[in-house]
Design a binder for this molecule. Sequence first.
Ligand code: FE2
Ligand code: FE2
Length: 277
Amino acid sequence: MNYRITILCENSVGPLSGTLGEHGFSALIEPTAGDPILFDTGQGLTLLHNARRMNKDLSRVKQVVLSHGHYDHTGGLKSLLEVCGAKDVYCHPSVFNSRYRVKDTGECNPISITASREELEASGATFRFSREFCTIAPGIYLTGEVPRVTEFETGDQGLYCDCTGQDLDNTPDDQSLILETEKGLVLVLGCCHAGLINTLEHIAYMTGRRDIYAVIGGTHLGFSGQEQMAKTVDAVKKLGISKLAASHCTGFAVSARLSRELPKEFQMAMVGYTLEV
Ligand SMILES: [Fe+2]
Ligand SMILES: [Fe+2]
């Protein structure tokens, strides 16, 4: 199966005029045969606008995957359902957990999904909750919960379940999408809170495969330490990953470093970026 993957929502825009950026992520996956799948929905300010600008008809999407329950990946779901019709929504059961970013200053900002399960169901969502590795469509898999096995992928230390700053949220609902292609596996990340190496190890365990052709999406390396960064670059080199199309929570400084260390593989996956494989 071949795919076209198009970034619909991201922090930055590419050269396509008339598109808009927002802090968030959404990617449309169009297989050569079968219906398109939407992976994440951004925070809700740009999804429908950018899709229209790129002539992507989201009413053809029957399946939506939510990588995790943060507002910047789930906020576009309600308007998508209202404008483009009912969808099956694949996600982890913890997607509706309360979440906050607590800064060193004590400032606390809510970052949970903004609509309730009831509101989304009333708008046409049918939730398909799973913690397990599962098949979404032929050759398309969702990782399920990713076991944290590496010591250096410590997660984002600013994420909490409440505003006290005591109850760390390790984002257990974080999942990534896997596409089987002739060139190898393509991995689509939301924020990859679980860590890229943990995610790759989990995929190897579940599928027996380490032939990763491309990784596209948010790596969360912008919120990680130097050791995690260095070991992730090593892993990309060792696995022979051909394309690392980083986005969103990768951030400017880390993207600049990835671009320097992986000049052939690294690309900025901004709004309008397309990977055909
Ligand atoms: Fe995010
Ligand atoms: Fe996130």
